[in-house]
Design a binder for this molecule. Structure first.
Ligand SMILES: NC(=O)c1ccc[n+]([C@@H]2O[C@H](COP(=O)([O-])OP(=O)(O)OC[C@H]3O[C@@H](n4cnc5c(N)ncnc54)[C@H](O)[C@@H]3O)[C@@H](O)[C@H]2O)c1
Length: 432
């Protein structure tokens, strides 16, 4: 008997497939008893014992292999040591998942320099221009497949040099229904858990199209872009029993969070803001796209609401808040510069102001936040939660369906991230 279990453990070391191992264990051990509360596969102690940690995974798909995707994939391999401390993550162990559990199993793009390439190579193709901090990415066996263009490519795209702009292929599918059927099949065949939407800003219809693919394929949806998918399709995800997180990723220390925190500080110190602006410039395709003011609409709303939500708006005229990119400077590449000014009145009506200049590489700034969002989406799937996941979205996104003060949102996320076993221990033990 002992030899038999020893053999099974050896087999496990060659197997990454949890189900395969479960079937190898003898039938009298119930499936429930084969896993502990943290999802680890445990060989019961009544038989020769050894705990085996199952290689859990979050089967993840990326839609839009641009700069943000590049930083996310690079970061996944930069921090390949499971014990590494990753700056910006809410916690190393998010509901039982660590960053290295994220596995990229499918990816979609439409640029001819990316489609057909393994994700490990596609992330470095033009026009991506973000910093390369991890050039060695193993072959991921994750081919970049052709997506479907509805409104994701801006009309002014062709006016710029190829090295700076998108180079979309012709649509491969003749209509939306055909495209959806193929993409849904692809997601199902790959057993995708979580889809991350990184489409270009202003892809209003395209974002909803991919969200519908997720609804049909049974995947969780993480919406990193400023299109209000959680608000528009939140109920549909609820009815489908699937989680959605969004909208519009809030970078780790970016313009939005600095503006929110300063706004809150002024409120808390009893010095209400009179006027403020936040002007951003950058040289990546996101800034190129935003030259089209129509595409920028949702982004402006998302960023403005995010700051306004921290104000007591009773006396504040929203006209006095101006937020948005102001120009595209190609040589800045993925470096974003933000100029922020707040004007207020002190005691006695005396005027004062504060100015901040932020310079930050745009895409790595949001990659850690997405690592939390992907893990939160998987935890929500595991726990059978559906619809907009407010506990996670409030901290991680600029436009969640419900806004909270950042310290409150952080605490909500921290609690949500506690593995269930730990939660029940805390509950049983009362106050911490
Ligand atoms: N950088 C940040 O920190 C940050 C913060 C908040 C929100 N965002 C948003 O995240 C999104 C992605 O940002 P990015 O810098 O990676 O953009 P990007 O322009 O570098 O990448 C977009 C990618 O989408 C691809 N694409 C275009 N149409 C497509 C389609 N129909 N199907 C599949 N792929 C398609 C493009 O070819 C490109 O590879 C943007 O909407 C941006 O506003 C970014």
């Amino acid at each position: 008997m002992a030899n038999r279990y020893q053999f099974l453990i050896e087999v496990y070391q060659f197997s990454q497939d949890m189900k395969f191992l479960m079937f190898l264990l003898p039938l009298p051990i119930s499936i429930k008893d084969r896993f502990n509360a943290e999802g680890r596969c445990v060989i019961p102690t009544s038989i020769p014992t050894k705990e085996v940690i199952i290689q859990k995974e979050i089967r993840t798909t990326i839609i839009g292999i641009g700069n943000c995707a590049s930083s996310l994939v690079q970061g996944r391999f930069y921090y390949k040591d499971p014990d590494a401390d990753i700056p910006g993550l809410i916690t190393k162990n998010f509901g039982g998942y660590q960053a290295h559990h994220i596995q990229f199993v499918a990816a979609f793009d439409v640029d001819e320099r990316k489609v057909g390439w393994d994700l490990s190579k596609a992330i470095f193709a033009k026009p991506n221009c973000t910093t390369i901090f991890q050039k060695d990415i193993p072959f991921l066996d994750c081919p970049s497949e052709m997506g479907y263009v509805i409104d994701s490519i801006p009309l002014h795209n062709d006016q710029y040099p190829e090295s700076l702009r998108f180079k979309p292929k012709e649509n491969k599918y003749s209509n939306k229904t055909q495209a959806k059927r193929a993409i849904v099949r692809g997601l199902q065949e790959k057993g995708v858990d979580v889809v991350v939407n990184y489409l270009p800003v202003g892809s209003e219809e395209n974002a909803l199209f991919y969200a519908e693919c997720c609804l049909e394929a049974g995947c969780a949806f993480v919406n990193a872009i400023p299109v209000f998918v959680s608000k528009i399709y939140g109920d549909r995800f609820k009815r489908a029993g699937l989680p959605i997180l969004g909208d519009d990723i809030k970078s780790q220390v970016g313009a939005t969070i600095i503006h929110r925190v300063l706004t809150k500080l002024f409120e808390d110190r009893g010095q209400p803001i009179k006027r403020s602006y936040q002007l951003n410039v950058g040289g990546n395709t996101d800034f190129l796209n935003m030259l089209d003011r129509v595409r920028l609409r949702s982004k402006k709303i998302s960023k403005t609401q995010s700051v306004l939500s921290q104000m007591n708006c009773g006396e504040f005229d929203p006209q006095n808040l101006c937020i948005g990119p102001s120009d595209y400077v190609p040589w800045l590449k993925d470096n974003k510069i933000c100029f922020l000014r707040i004007e207020a009145e002190q005691f006695g009506g005396v005027p004062m102001n504060v100015e901040v200049r932020l310079s930050v590489e745009d895409s790595p700034n949001s990659a850690g936040v997405i690592m939390d969002a992907v893990r939160a989406a998987k935890v929500a799937l595991d726990r059978g939660l559906s619809g907009p996941i407010i506990e996670a979205s409030a901290y991680l996104f600029k436009s969640p369906v419900q806004q909270f003060e950042d310290t409150v949102a952080r605490e909500m996320l921290r609690r949500f991230a506690e593995p269930l076993a730990q939660k029940s221990r805390v509950q049983a033990g009362g106050m911490r």
